[in-house]
Design a protein. Structure first.
Ligand SMILES: *Cc1c(COP(=O)(O)O)cnc(C)c1O
Length: 363
């Protein structure tokens, strides 16, 4: 089998070594005579899987002891609702930084639950950048400030994070968690659907400061309360056991790669190959994000004059050459290469070469 050059946005590439290990353990998990999927989530075996994944995440991200790690279901999209449900008590507002499609969805959902205020928006600049700290206005009654660390569709990523004295920062890191070291203690909560940088779909990782989830409003159903899952160590109901297991394998793989500082260097090296082609194309390729804010996870670009015919040709020819997933999101069009942790340098080098040759053939 030849592996495709997989640039899918999500679900996305998973390291081959991880897939191979899962395959080796698939039918008979550690000699139990059954697959992990066939086992009770109350078994000692699964409890170990659950605990080891948490411990590894804590180690890799250097998560302080006063933070809980939760494995939930419903994707990052369910977090868009759970956050205002759990944190917006009477008279409080959620402050949201609007940097594009995903931030917009979080805002829309918060408005269903309570008061959501847009603390800053880069819409006027076509979401090509992140806002400067001086542009962000947080209301007095803010329960939290929410931002999207990496806009998966727009390709814009915070390189440093704003800090707020009067409200905890909550970050949707679905598409760049574990891609670089960050200081978890600067955040009240971090969450991410697994299917971009952590493994398969089906589990959402939540890292949350304990004091913030001590008392959720009593009116929320049990499954939608953070304290329910925190008290039960993510075993309140049947967890997505196979997905959590896969996340554990991905975390081991990251550790084997040398951790987050090493991965950050690798990701910068990978994306430089492609961004260099864009920058040196004399305007044939045009990046969608400002250079200083462009993402190391989702490279978004157009072909000159937003030539949709040529973009279609690019996609068609790239597919014939073994590349997958280079079509931009249907909401914005254009082209996108998602270069998550598990996408190897070789795939990026091959894409850079293809892009150069495509330009030569078409200009
Ligand atoms: C993919 C994505 C989501 C949605 O995740 P689901 O798990 O499909 O709900 C939310 N936010 C960001 C930044 C994403 O990339």
């Amino acid at each position: 089998m030849t592996r495709a050059y997989n640039f899918n946005a999500g679900p996305a590439a998973i390291p081959l070594e991880v897939l191979e290990q899962a395959q080796a353990q698939f039918i008979d998990y550690e000699g139990a005579g059954m697959a992990l999927m066939e086992m009770s989530h109350r078994s000692a075996t699964y409890e170990k899987v659950n605990q080891e994944a948490q411990d590894l995440l804590r180690e890799l991200m250097n998560i302080p002891d006063n933070y809980k790690i939760l494995f939930l279901q419903g994707g990052a999209s369910t977090q868009f609702a759970m956050i205002p449900m759990n944190f917006l008590s009477e008279g409080k507002a959620g402050a949201y930084i609007d940097t594009g499609a995903w931030a917009g969805k979080a805002i829309k959902e918060a408005k269903v639950i309570g008061e959501a205020v847009v603390a800053a928006s880069t819409k006027e600049d076509s979401y090509m950048r992140t806002p400067k700290a001086s542009e962000i206005v947080v209301p007095e009654n803010a329960a939290y400030v929410h931002l999207t660390s990496n806009e998966t569709i727009g390709g814009v990523q915070y390189k440093t994070f704003p800090e707020f004295a009067n409200a905890p920062l909550i970050a949707d890191m679905s598409s760049d968690i574990l891609s670089r070291p960050i200081d978890v203690s600067k955040f009240g909560m971090i969450y991410a659907g697994a299917q971009k940088n952590l493994g398969p779909s089906g589990v959402t990782v939540v890292i949350v400061r304990e004091d913030l989830i001590a008392e959720s409003p009593k009116t929320i159903p049990a499954m939608l309360r953070y304290d329910t899952h925190a008290k039960a160590n993510s075993l309140y109901n049947t967890p997505p056991s196979f997905a959590v297991y896969m996340v554990g394998l991905v975390l081991k793989w990251i550790k084997g790669k040398g951790g987050l500082a090493a991965l950050e260097q690798y990701n910068l090296e990978k994306t430089a190959l492609i961004y260099n082609v864009i920058d040196e194309s004399n305007g044939f390729y045009v990046g969608c994000a400002n250079q200083e804010d462009r993402s190391t996870m989702n490279i978004t670009f157009r072909i000159k004059d937003k030539d949709e015919e040529l973009e279609k040709k690019f996609i068609k020819e790239s597919e014939a050459a073994g590349f997958v997933g280079l079509k931009g999101h249907r909401d914005v069009g254009g082209l996108r290469a998602s270069t998550y942790n598990a996408v190897p340098l070789e795939s990026c080098a091959a894409l850079a070469q293809f892009m150069k040759e495509f330009q030569q053939r078409n200009s």
